[in-house]
Design a protein around this ligand. Structure first.
Ligand code: ADE
Length: 418
């Protein structure tokens, strides 16, 4: 079996942590039980480019229980949990290619290693696997039945590929399922981003000016949780509707030019490039803390910050101090990579339960519906989304009301008014 992990000696620790995560993933557990009986993925080769965490391990075990032959590589150079990677190799005989802190060459070598078994299904988080396949390994495209995509940034890239007629196989946008983005992006990113900032800095949020750039589902979650810790939250946006929503949610909304000189913490979650750049660094307060929780490390212009700095040193794990020529210091967390996975452990298991239930059921859907799918980006079928919500509620012991016959009839009629 091929693999590349940091240290197999970490496997025992990883096994216990995976077990801990699995306890909070009842929906995935029920899918795994069914997959064990029915083996819907028997013999299907799956290449998964995901953050290698305890939750991803639980998904990989589920796919394997369904009969899949799974290979995993990291979807970010800093997000791998090395003990988890070691455990998957040692205890589950799953090929993993991922090492926390790997350089860019190793990151892509690992993507190529995951592709080396000629996958039939791809699972991506950010679309690096799919783009590598479409650029460097086109000969493998014929074998592919379909793929899934976990995150907003990846879905945007894949929609652009589909619009340009470049996409060569169907992809299901797991991110767009309601049971994914309404929970994972909002509550998962909200909690884990604040967790990452606190673990990295041990600074007090209460009373601070906390600037959140981007008021999508992730930004909403971070704003909500930072406010819950007592921070005075400021939102920056480019979209007028989102900006208006932030105003009515009770936040201050302003341009980054206005926010830069007053922020104590800055967190970018826009999915776009150079949201924090020279003109902002120039006016930031001494000691400003800057981080990103968007998918790629492009949101903070670190190259320019480096040019502006007369000194640079690592002051604690995941905290780098840049001293500018104006004498002020700016602190960058986790090399500008997603701070919730770089300095903390990513989203808690109970939200990943729903995200990865979508992944597992969409992999099954791709296999069973292969003949009908085109080279497009698809939404998760509503029946899957709603089933996952029902399973999650039932795992919490929560019952739903059902419509009476009279109510059902009323909803389908137009005659009755005031
Ligand atoms: N993305 C965000 N949090 C994650 C986690 N815990 N596992 C896998 N992918 C994630």
């Amino acid at each position: 079996m091929e693999f590349d992990v940091k240290d197999r000696g970490l496997a025992e620790k990883g096994k216990l942590r995976i077990e801990w995560a699995a306890q909070s993933m009842p929906v995935l557990r029920s899918i795994r039980d069914r997959f064990t009986r029915e083996r819907p993925l028997q013999g299907v080769r799956v290449a998964a480019c995901l953050h290698v965490t305890t939750e991803t391990a639980t998904l990989a075990q589920t796919l394997k229980a369904g009969g899949a032959d799974v290979r995993i590589c990291a979807s970010n150079p800093l997000s791998t949990q090395d003990d988890v990677a070691a455990s998957l190799v040692t205890h589950d005989a799953i090929s993993v290619f991922a090492i926390k802190g790997e350089d860019t060459d190793t990151y892509y070598r690992h993507i190529h290693a995951a592709l080396a078994h000629a996958p039939q299904v791809t699972m991506d988080d950010g679309a690096d696997l799919v783009s590598t396949l479409h650029s460097d390994r086109r000969e493998l495209l014929d074998e592919i039945i379909g793929g899934t995509e976990e995150t907003t940034t990846g879905v945007i890239r894949l929609r652009s590929m589909a619009e340009k007629g470049v996409l060569q196989y169907p992809i299901i946008a797991v991110n767009d399922a309601d049971t994914k983005h309404l929970f994972d992006n909002r509550y998962g990113t909200g909690q884990s981003t604040v967790d990452g900032i606190i673990r990295a800095t041990n600074r007090l949020l209460a009373g601070s000016n906390f600037v959140v750039s981007g008021y999508g589902w992730c930004g909403r979650g971070v704003a909500m949780r930072a406010a819950g810790m007592g921070a005075k939250v400021i939102i920056t946006e480019v979209d007028p509707l989102r900006a208006l929503e932030a105003v009515m949610d009770g936040y201050q909304v302003m341009s980054m030019t206005q926010a830069a000189p007053i922020g104590d913490f800055f967190c970018t979650l826009t999915g776009d490039i150079h949201v924090l750049r020279r003109e902002h660094f120039e006016t930031m307060r001494d000691g400003a803390i800057v981080c990103n929780s968007g998918h790629f490390n492009v949101e903070i212009d670190l190259e320019t910050l480096n040019e502006m700095a007369k000194g640079r040193r690592k002051i604690r794990d995941f905290v780098e101090e840049f001293t500018l020529v104006n004498g002020r210091q700016i602190y960058v967390l986790g090399e500008g990579r997603l701070i919730n996975l770089a300095a903390a452990e990513g989203h808690p298991s109970s939200v990943m339960d729903m995200s990865f239930a979508n992944q597992a059921l969409c992999a099954e859907y791709l296999i069973t519906h292969a003949a009908t799918l085109r080279k497009e980006v698809y939404r998760v079928p509503t029946v899957i989304d709603r089933d996952i919500a029902r399973l999650k509620l039932s795992s919490m012991g929560i019952e739903l009301d059902t419509l009476t016959e009279e109510q059902e009839k009323y909803l389908h009629s137009w005659e009755m008014g005031t």
